[in-house]
Design a binder for this molecule. Structure first.
Ligand code: MG
Ligand code: ZN
Length: 205
C-alpha cells in the first residue's frame, strides 16, 4: 500500500511483468520502452536471483534501470521494490516497469503496489500453461503472447492458446507480439499510453 501511494502521488503508471523464465520479458520490455519514447518515459526495475545481465540489456533502451538480485528468493516483494526505488531518479518518468523473477508460481501472490499485472506466455511454452498455472493468469490485467514470429516453427496452436487464456483470465486484454519483428507493438503501446493517461488524469483530479 505504501508503494501504491508513492506511485499514485507521482502519477507513475506501474506495470508488474510476470512469466516463466525465458518467455522474453526482457526483450519485450526493452523494445516496448523504445517504442513508447518520447511519449512515455520509463524506468525499469528488474529482479533475478543473480547477475545483472538483464539490467545491461534493458539499459540499451536508454531507460534508467536498477537490478535487484534476490539470492535464493524466487519472487520480488514490495519491500525490495521500495529499496530499489531509492536508486532510481524518477523525475520526468511517467512509467515504471518491474520485471519480476521468472517464475509462474509464487510471484502471483506478492502485490508490489503495481497498477497492472502483465503476464507473458511465449509460443514456445505450450498452449496449456494458463490451465496449469491458473493463479498467475487469473491475476493478469493483460496477457502478452510473445515470440509470435516463432509460432509456425513451434507448431503453436493459436485457437487453443487463446481459448485457454480466456477460460482462466476472461477479462485480460490479449496482445500477440514479437519483440524481434515489432509485430503487435503498436497495439500494446496504444494500450499503455491510454492507461497512463487515465492514471495522470486521476492523479490531477
Ligand atoms: Mg529477464
Ligand atoms: Zn517465490
Amino acid at each position: 500500500e505504501r508503494n501504491r501511494g508513492f506511485f499514485q502521488a507521482r502519477g507513475l503508471l506501474v506495470l508488474n511483468f510476470l512469466s516463466s523464465p525465458g518467455s522474453g520479458k526482457t526483450s519485450f520490455i526493452r523494445e516496448a520502452v523504445r517504442a513508447l519514447q518520447p511519449k512515455l518515459k520509463a524506468g525499469v526495475i528488474v529482479g533475478d536471483l543473480a547477475t545483472d545481465n538483464d539490467a545491461q540489456r534493458l539499459r540499451e533502451s536508454g531507460a534508467p534501470v536498477v537490478q535487484i538480485t534476490t539470492g535464493t528468493v524466487c519472487h520480488l516483494e514490495a519491500e525490495m521494490v521500495a529499496r530499489a526505488l531509492k536508486q532510481i531518479d524518477l523525475n520526468g518518468l511517467n512509467l515504471l516497469i518491474i520485471e519480476n523473477v521468472g517464475n509462474l508460481v509464487c510471484p502471483a501472490s506478492f502485490d508490489l503496489g503495481e497498477d497492472l499485472r502483465i503476464v507473458l506466455l511465449s509460443v514456445t511454452e505450450g498452449e496449456d500453461k494458463p490451465l496449469k498455472y491458473p493463479p498467475m493468469f487469473q491475476s493478469a490485467d493483460a496477457v502478452i503472447i510473445s515470440k509470435i514470429d516463432l509460432a509456425e516453427a513451434c507448431g503453436y496452436d493459436r485457437e487453443t492458446a487463446l481459448a485457454n487464456i480466456r477460460r482462466v483470465a476472461p477479462r485480460a486484454q490479449v496482445f500477440e507480439t514479437s519483440a524481434k519483428t515489432g509485430q503487435g507493438m503498436d497495439a500494446w503501446c496504444r494500450f499503455i499510453a491510454q492507461q497512463q493517461q487515465q492514471r495522470s488524469s486521476s492523479t490531477s483530479a
